[in-house]
Design a protein around this ligand. Structure first.
Ligand SMILES: Nc1nc2c(ncn2[C@@H]2O[C@H](COP(=O)(O)OP(=O)(O)OP(=O)(O)O)[C@@H](O)[C@H]2O)c(=O)[nH]1
Ligand SMILES: [Mg+2]
Length: 312
C-alpha cells in the first residue's frame, strides 16, 4: 500500500514536470545521437539548462560536473539523464526541509502565507488545511486578505471542504486585528494549527510589507515565537521573476520556508534551483497541479530526476 502510494506521488510529480522535462529530454536525445561528448555538446547542454531557468551559475557547474564524468562512446540516454539528475540534486543539497506543524510542540502552531497576488497562497493554504484535518488536527483558517470579497469567499470554500474552522472580517477591516483575535481564540479553544492567508497586492510594495510586518508584530504579542512558520509562495511560471520576489519578501518578511507552485504549468521548472540557492530559507513544498494531492513535500532527488524526465 505504502509502495503504491509512493508510486502515485512520484507519478504526479513527473506528470507535473512534463513540460520542463520534455524540453530537456529533447536536447539530450539530440546530444546522445551525436557522440562523442565534445565541447559543442556541452555547450548545447548548458544552453538547455539556462533555457530551463536554472541560471548561468548552476548550469555552468552542472556541465562541469558532467564533463568530468568522461562517458564512454556507449553512453545511453538514461545514463546521461542519471548523471544530469545527480548534478542537479547536488546543487540542491541542504536546501530541503520538511514542513510539519504537527511535529512541533508549539500549540497552536501559526503559519503565515505571504507572496505576490496570484502566486498560489490561498490554494496552498487550502491544500495544507485539508491535509492537516485529514491527519486529525484541529485547524483554523484565517482570511487575512481582507481587501477582496472574492478572496474571503475562495478561502471559506477551502476551509469548509477541509472541515477547518474559519475566521474572517468585513471587507477592509484591519488584517492584523483579525490575526490577533484568531490566534487568541484558537489558543483558548486548544486548536493545533492556525493558517493565516494574506493579501498579495496593496497600493504598493511598501504598503504590502508594512501590512505583513504589522501582522507579525501583533502575533508576537500573543506568543513571541509566532508566527512559527512564514511560507513564501512563489509561482514557477513567472520564471526568473520568482528570484526578485524571493529577494523582496525574504529580506523583509522573515520567511522560514519556500513553496514553489505551478511547476506543472511551465517548461522553466528549473528556476527552483537558483531560488533555492538565493534564499536563506529552504524549499519545503512544491505544487504540481490544482488538486489537494498535488501539493508535495519537496524532495531534491525526486525533483531532479523528474526534471530530466527519469522514472522513479
Ligand atoms: N496548475 C497549477 N495551478 C495552481 C497551483 N497552485 C495554485 N494554482 C492556481 O493559481 C491560481 C491563483 O492561486 P491563488 O491561490 O488564488 O493565489 P493567491 O496567491 O492567493 O492570489 P491573491 O489572493 O490574488 O494574492 C488559482 O487558479 C490556482 O488554482 C499549482 O501548483 N498548479
Ligand atoms: Mg489569495
Amino acid at each position: 500500500m505504502a509502495e503504491e502510494k509512493k508510486k502515485g506521488w512520484f507519478a504526479r510529480l513527473t506528470q507535473g514536470l512534463t513540460r520542463s522535462a520534455s524540453q530537456i529530454t529533447e536536447t539530450i536525445v539530440a546530444v546522445v545521437a551525436k557522440k562523442p561528448i565534445d565541447q559543442e555538446v556541452l555547450d548545447q547542454l548548458e544552453e538547455m539548462l539556462i533555457e530551463a531557468d536554472l541560471g548561468h551559475a548552476a548550469a555552468g557547474r552542472i556541465c562541469k560536473t558532467f564533463a568530468d564524468q568522461r562517458f564512454g562512446s556507449s553512453a545511453s540516454e538514461d545514463e546521461i539523464k542519471e548523471s544530469l539528475a545527480a548534478a542537479v540534486a547536488k546543487e540542491l543539497a541542504g536546501r530541503q526541509e520538511k514542513f510539519d506543524p504537527l511535529s512541533s510542540s508549539a500549540r497552536p502552531f501559526v503559519v503565515l502565507f505571504v507572496g505576490v497576488n496570484g502566486s498560489g497562497k490561498t490554494t496552498t493554504l487550502g491544500k495544507i488545511a485539508a491535509d492537516l484535518t485529514a491527519r486529525g488536527a484541529k485547524v483554523m483558517v484565517v482570511a487575512g486578505d481582507t481587501f477582496r470579497m472574492a478572496a474571503v469567499e475562495q478561502l471559506k470554500v477551502w476551509a469548509e471542504r477541509a472541515g477547518a474552522s474559519f475566521m474572517s472580517r468585513p471587507i477592509n477591516s484591519d488584517a492584523a486585528g483579525l490575526a490577533f483575535d484568531a490566534f487568541t481564540k484558537a489558543r483558548e479553544q486548544g486548536l493545533d494549527v492556525v493558517l493565516i492567508d494574506t493579501a498579495g497586492r496593496l497600493q504598493n510594495k511598501q504598503a504590502l510589507m508594512d501590512e505583513l510586518l504589522k501582522i507579525v508584530r501583533v502575533l508576537k504579542k500573543v506568543d513571541p515565537d509566532a508566527p512559527h512558520e512564514t511560507l513564501l509562495v512563489l509561482d514557477a511560471t513567472v520564471g526568473r521573476n520568482a528570484l526578485a520576489q524571493e529577494n523582496i519578501f525574504g529580506n523583509t518578511a522573515g520567511v522560514t520556508g519556500i513553496v514553489m507552485t505551478k511547476l506543472d504549468g511551465t517548461a522553466r521548472g528549473g528556476v527552483l534551483v537558483p531560488v533555492a540557492q538565493a534564499s536563506d530559507a529552504p524549499i519545503k513544498l512544491i505544487g504540481v497541479g490544482e488538486k489537494i494531492e498535488d501539493l508535495q513535500d519537496f524532495d531534491a532527488v525526486a525533483f531532479s530526476r523528474s526534471l530530466v524526465g527519469l522514472e522513479a
